[in-house]
Design a protein around this ligand. Sequence first.
Ligand SMILES: Nc1ncnc2c1ncn2[C@@H]1O[C@H](COP(=O)(O)OP(=O)(O)O)[C@@H](O)[C@H]1O
Ligand SMILES: Cc1ncc(COP(=O)(O)O)c(N)n1
Length: 262
Amino acid sequence: MYTPPRVLTVAGSDSGGGAGIQADLKTMLALGTHGMSVLTAVTAQNSLGVQGAWDLPAEAVRAQFRSVVDDIGVQAVKTGMLSSPELVETVAALLAEVTAPVVVDPVGVSKHGDALLAATALDVVRTKLLPTATVATPNLDEVAQLTGVQVHEEADMRRAAAAVLEFGPRWALIKGGHLSGDAVDLLTDGEQEHWLRAPRHDNRHTHGTGCTLASAIAARLAHGDTVPEAVAAAKEYVTGAIEAGFRLGEGIGPVDHGWRLR
Ligand SMILES: Nc1ncnc2c1ncn2[C@@H]1O[C@H](COP(=O)(O)OP(=O)(O)O)[C@@H](O)[C@H]1O
Ligand SMILES: Cc1ncc(COP(=O)(O)O)c(N)n1
């Protein structure tokens, strides 16, 4: 009997279904894996923004993680919204005991500018969470928050990646989605350098792009891809999902996780 690779997301819930745990699980299914979740926080969220957010107790995060890892096992893990210093610390300690590859999306702020990580948690992200990462996937705002490096053009992305690698992830994927022109990301481990370039789709329905990309990387890693192979496949998937993004509610709609099924 075939058993699909198992992938775990440790992230927050987006009630609107476009980002967070919901985006992660849809992506994992679309890429042929069995998705599992450790919920860190619950948000009341829709296409207009985040209307409320509540953290789960650290004990609940630890218990979910134990339930999944001790019985089912994981072949890759992805982290997203971790919200508070205490939860970042808790998750970093749990990840330290995992041998599977870990994709850390250091989620800071939602597309609408709502904070999803306390400013007081930045230091724990730098010193405890990033060192556990096989791949860290900051967007340009997160790069600036974590390293102080401001990226205004593609040429600045090398400096940004070097600054992120200082915190200890094996690979840094600097996402250039917030620049103009082609959607260009830089993947590097400090030696190899891979530039991933896709046409920019003029589609405002981009809610969940970062979550989707990071989960797709984790799913491909669980299938056994190398990091460069996984990131290339994930970039292709997220680009198609952005192109197919659709209107939902009155604001920014989601990417289409099911685009390959249509
Ligand atoms: N309009 C767009 N067209 C095509 N690709 C995009 C677009 N916006 C973002 N991307 C890509 O989506 C992925 C997520 O990037 P980004 O939006 O910067 O992350 P985040 O959601 O964390 O802010 C990256 O691969 C980026 O290049
Ligand atoms: C619960 C939750 N987690 C993450 C994001 C970031 O979304 P994006 O992928 O668009 O940066 C979000 N809006 N909500």
